[in-house]
Write a protein that binds this ligand. Structure first.
Ligand SMILES: Cc1cc2nc3c(=O)[nH]c(=O)nc-3n(C[C@H](O)[C@H](O)[C@H](O)COP(=O)(O)O)c2cc1C
Length: 361
């Protein structure tokens, strides 16, 4: 309430990207004062997925803490896991500003940041500091994407491999981003043959790293776009099953301009409620096409416990939020967790796993 009535109007009176940078700097400073601790958890919400224990199902989506600046603070806000990135192998500035816009009447965001990243070396260094040689008490996913000035198939594969090698030692899972709309040509990597080559390469890397370190292979999650045609979604599902990829993240932002957005000429990806319908449709298709065998992280327009619950029933084992945090404030993850407990109990489920996919079967 205080956030929506007092803080949000103050923040929204200023430029979106400057507010983001200042808020993150403040959270990073707060993070240095607190110890990393286990986030909110409950037996009904804790799950083991792809060999990772998730204390609760609500994660911070990629793009908010791209450079791993504020890790210790996120579990304090109730997040059960954090996805940093997108990280590119080489540091790069991203697109020219302005490149981040609020659309308050729709509770939406439009961004064309274009992978502004401190690069894999710096992010790996930060992750090594925060982990201090020990495992963190909550999972950290690291989302990797293509460096912009890398061209051609072989060079792109090398680029993803370089990021993977540098970052996988610090990651609970690696999210392979082939779906951001703001890096030219990136979404082509969702096509069947290219996706197969990319995922096979990273899988091989993950297995050799596991042998070298005497540890389990770091699981791969592939992050997909909400703008794929149904047959392309089936292709992605086929490759994921064939390559035994641990999970899917559905979805990234949309470039579609439907309904109220038809006249919107700014380029970039839309997030928040306008993305919901596409994100849900993609999730449901993926759930069916994989026969419910592959864990899916549902993301896109989730801003309440009810919405998170619908996504879980549609086939998501976990959810992520970003835009909702901007509009609903920092207590949203805790509210979602508490609301989920109530909704599960109302419907007679003892554990979240029992609800996954029941509306998509
Ligand atoms: C400002 C902004 C930056 C983002 N940056 C990334 C990114 O670097 N990598 C990525 O995979 N997704 C990125 N995303 C997409 C989010 O992770 C998420 O998939 C999308 O916003 C839908 O969720 P939401 O509606 O809860 O925001 C970004 C989203 C926003 C709003």
């Amino acid at each position: 309430m205080i956030y929506r009535r007092v803080l949000r109007p103050l923040l929204f009176a200023q430029d979106a990207e400057s507010v983001h940078e200042r808020t993150l700097a403040l959270l990073a400073r707060m993070g240095r004062l607190v110890r990393c601790r286990r986030p909110f958890t409950d037996p009904a919400l804790s799950q083991e997925i792809a060999g990772i224990v998730f204390p609760n199902p609500v994660g911070l989506a990629a793009g908010c803490d791209k450079n791993a600046l504020a890790i210790p603070i996120w579990p304090r806000l109730g997040f059960g896991f954090v996805e940093v990135g997108t990280v590119t192998a080489q540091p790069q500035p991203g697109n020219p500003k302005p490149r981040l816009f609020r659309l308050p009447q729709h509770k939406a965001i439009l961004n064309r940041l274009g992978f502004n990243s401190d690069g894999a070396d710096m992010v790996a260094y930060r992750l090594s500091l925060v982990q201090g040689g020990k495992g963190l008490p909550f999972p950290i996913g690291v989302n990797i994407g293509k460096t912009r000035n890398v061209q051609g198939k072989a060079a792109t594969l090398d680029d993803y491999r370089a990021s993977f090698r540098r970052l996988a030692p610090y990651a609970s899972y690696i999210a392979v981003n082939v779906s951001s709309p703001n890096t030219p040509g990136l979404r082509q990597w969702q096509e069947k043959d290219r996706l197969r080559d990319l995922l096979a390469l990273l899988k091989e890397e993950s297995e050799s790293l596991a042998v070298a370190r005497g540890q389990r292979a770091v699981p791969l999650f592939v992050k997909v776009s909400p703008d794929m045609a149904p047959e392309d979604i089936c292709d992605v599902a086929e490759v994921v099953l064939e390559q035994q990829i641990a999970g899917i993240i559905a979805t990234n932002t949309t470039v579609a301009r439907e309904g109220a957005f038809e006249g919107l000429t700014e380029e970039g990806g839309l997030s928040g409620p306008p993305l919901r319908e596409r994100a849900v449709a993609t999730l449901k298709r993926l759930y069916r096409a994989t026969g419910g065998q592959v864990p899916i992280i549902g993301v896109g327009g989730i801003d309440s416990a009810e919405e998170a619950y619908q996504r879980i029933k549609a086939g998501a084992s976990l959810v992520q939020i970003y835009t909702g945090l901007i509009y609903e404030g920092p207590f949203l993850p805790l509210r979602i967790n508490q609301g989920l407990l109530w909704l599960l109990e109302r419907d007679g489920f003892k554990h979240i796993g029992e609800a996954v996919g029941i509306s998509s079967r």
